[in-house]
Structure formats: C-alpha cells, structure tokens
Write a new protein. Structure first.
Length: 223
C-alpha cells in the first residue's frame, strides 16, 4: 500500500531530521546512552539455547547491538544479520558471529558470506524514529515490515533507539507492524492497545517469555 504524498513527504523530512540529530550527538552522550540500552537489553531480552536473534550492523550512529548480542551468543543463542536479496522482498537472515566472513551489501552495510540462512525468533530493530504506539519510522525501504509479515510465528521485536528518536506518531498504516517492546536509555516500554506502557527490564523479560509461549517460540528454525 502506497503512502499519500503528504505522509511520504513528512516521513522523509522526519527521517532526515532524526538521522542528523542522532549523528550530531556527542561521543560521550552516545557512549552513555548506549551503555544504558545495553544494560537494559541484557536483562529484558530473553536469550539462550534454541533462540535465533536477528540484529543489524550499526548504521549512521545507531546503537551498536553487536556487543550485547555477542553476550547472548555466549549463552547459546545463534545470531543473524539481514541481507537485502531483492527490492520489495523480505530480508534474508544469515548466521553471524564475531570473525565471520563479511561482504558489503546494500547501503554499504556488511553481511555474512556463505553462512547458514536462519529465521529469527527475536529481532533487535534499530528504528530511525519511534512513535507513541511502538510504531516505527525506518529508512524507507519497507524491508522490516515485509519481513515481519512473512515470518510465522512472528518473532519478538525489540526496538532499540535513543530518546532523541521519539516522535508523537509516525501515522502507522495497515502494513506498518508495531514493535513489541521499545528500549531507550530511559528504560523499556511494551506496546499496549493505544500506546506504550513503562515496565522494568525484569517485567519485560517475563512478558517476552509469555508472548513467546503464545506464539510458539522459541525453537530452532533453520530453513
């Protein structure tokens, strides 16, 4: 479904503004915010044997999820990075570990070469902007929405962003898929009907496990 010209224009302007603001953050602020997000994720996100966790190579001063993901791997989880295989198609996730062979993909992002294709049980999603319902403003390609619509059962989704990425709403459309949880340097929230509810990291972990059980997760799922 295509956006109206007005909404597409607003999203493009908001995307440019939010990326510029994020890039302009001082290294000290970026490091401090990142440490807080990482500490929350370590508690809030369930991980271990049987989980496949999808994450993204950091882009344009995003939070770097690789260190916390490496910790999940040490607990027995498998990690995967996304690769764009074709325009207007879902992403393909390829197994990754520190030291895996990488090649340059779309947007100049690195993707694993020659590793197993995996289907994530958990996705760590880096939005450009995050709205008040767990709605997400991405980079405009629609890849994550297509991917989430194609995966069954649906993975748990954890959006990780800095507080400066907040917008009142992205005006989500029917094809836009809300995040399950939002983690910033201020803490963690879960998506509830009509908004976001502040919870503790421990509560997030418990609710994520409940949600995983209802969706039939986790289990290893390799095509």
């Amino acid at each position: 479904m295509s956006l109206t010209p007005e909404l597409a224009g607003w999203r493009n302007a908001a995307r440019a503004r939010l990326i510029a603001t994020r890039i302009a953050a001082t290294p000290a602020d970026h490091a401090r915010w990142s440490a807080l997000i990482e500490a929350t994720l370590r508690v809030a996100c369930p991980a271990g044997p049987g989980w496949v966790i999808g994450l993204c190579w950091p882009f344009q001063a995003e939070f770097d999820a690789r260190p916390v993901a490496a910790g999940f791997r040490s607990q027995g989880a498998r990690l995967a990075l996304p690769a764009v295989v074709a325009k207007a198609q879902p992403l393909e996730f390829r197994e990754w570990w520190p030291g895996a062979t990488l090649v340059e993909g779309v947007y100049g992002l690195l993707v694993p070469e020659g590793t197993a294709r995996l289907v994530p049980d958990i996705l760590l999603v880096p939005p450009v902007g995050i709205g008040g319902e767990g709605d997400r403003l991405g980079y405009g390609g629609g890849f994550f929405d297509r991917t989430l619509a194609a995966i069954e059962p649906k993975p748990l989704t954890f959006a990780h962003a800095f507080e400066l990425s907040r917008v009142p709403t992205t005006t989500p459309q029917p094809h836009d898929i809300l995040m399950d949880f939002v983690i910033t340097e201020a803490g963690v929230e879960r998506a509830v009907p009509g908004g976001l509810e502040r919870i503790t990291a421990g509560e997030c972990r418990a609710r994520a496990l409940e949600l995983a059980s209802r969706r039939g997760l986790p289990r290893p799922r390799v095509p």
